[in-house]
Design a binder for this molecule. Structure first.
Ligand code: LIP
Length: 266
């Protein structure tokens, strides 16, 4: 079996166990551990516990690999592989008791920097729905044993598009202006609150596209591979001068260029 498929299998196994831990902790009650970049940017004790489980299982299986996690930071490895992990993507949803959250695990090769790496394996697991999205480079994208493909054509009514907003209120005017520019090509907009699931929904045809400025590397590392392995288009645009917020766009190829033109604002 290829390295990509081996790492996909490892990511799937760990994501399922991590997701069950997250679901169990949610049922027990959630404690906010801290706020991060803004008052709305929270981390729960479960985020930290779930990432610790993922990191320990990866270190046990592949001690030479690097790691980049939302809660415990980055560690360079001696192999070509770096694991990029969001232990609970959709943290605010999770804290409020909404089911729209997922464990996102990606294996990337090359420089461990968003926009420069190549993702080769991905697992996105939503514990409440028990939906497991997975992909290996060249092996397609899957929901369980169902092969995924993006929507080849988009309705004349427009695309069903998802987006998101930054935690910092100072970013909201620009984000809303972006939605206004995109709206003429949309039949409707969705704001799910978990980027990895938004990407997974584009890969599975539940959405026609997804755009957001401000995602962290762990928000898109796995989801972008799901989209491209499902025949979709994905682009990462580095932050403009003076910003730390990159733009990511993913969609059916039939609307990708138009969506990028509308979403880009620099
Ligand atoms: C979240 C993303 C979401 C984005 C939020 C946040 P987190 O990740 O999944 O799409 O709009 O600002 O980045 O913080 O829940 O891991």
């Amino acid at each position: 079996m290829s390295l990509a498929h081996d790492l996909e299998a490892l990511a799937v196994d760990i994501a399922q166990d991590a997701g069950e831990l997250a679901r169990t902790r949610r049922l027990e009650g959630v404690a906010i551990a801290a706020t991060k970049s803004a008052l709305a940017d929270i981390v729960t004790l479960a985020d930290r516990e779930v990432e610790a489980l993922i990191r320990a299982r990866l270190a046990e299986a592949r001690p030479e690999d690097g790691f980049l996690g939302e809660e415990s930071g980055a560690e360079r490895g001696s192999s070509e592989v770096t694991w990029v992990v969001d232990p609970i993507d959709g943290t605010v949803n999770y804290a409020y008791g909404s089911p729209q959250y997922a464990v996102s695990i990606a294996a990337v090769v090359g420089e461990p920097v968003a926009g420069r790496w190549e993702a080769i394996s991905a697992a996105v697991y939503a514990p409440v729905s028990s939906e497991l999205f997975r992909a290996a480079r060249g092996g397609g994208a899957w929901l369980g044993e169902q092969r995924l493909t993006v929507n080849a054509e988009v309705s004349a009514a427009g695309g069903l598009l998802a987006t998101g907003f930054g935690y910092d209120p100072a970013t909201h005017a620009g984000d809303l202006a972006r939605v206004a520019r995109v709206m003429p090509m949309a039949r409707d907009i969705r704001r799910g609150g978990a980027a990895s699931l938004d990407f997974a929904y584009v890969a599975s045809g539940r959405l026609d596209g997804y755009f957001e400025r401000g995602l962290a590397p762990w928000d898109h590392a796995a989801g972008a591979l799901l989209v491209t392995e499902a025949g979709g288009s994905f682009a990462f645009f580095p932050p403009p001068e003076g910003s730390d917020r990159p733009l990511t766009v993913a969609s059916s190829p039939s609307i990708f260029e138009r969506l990028v033109d509308a979403a880009l604002d620099d």
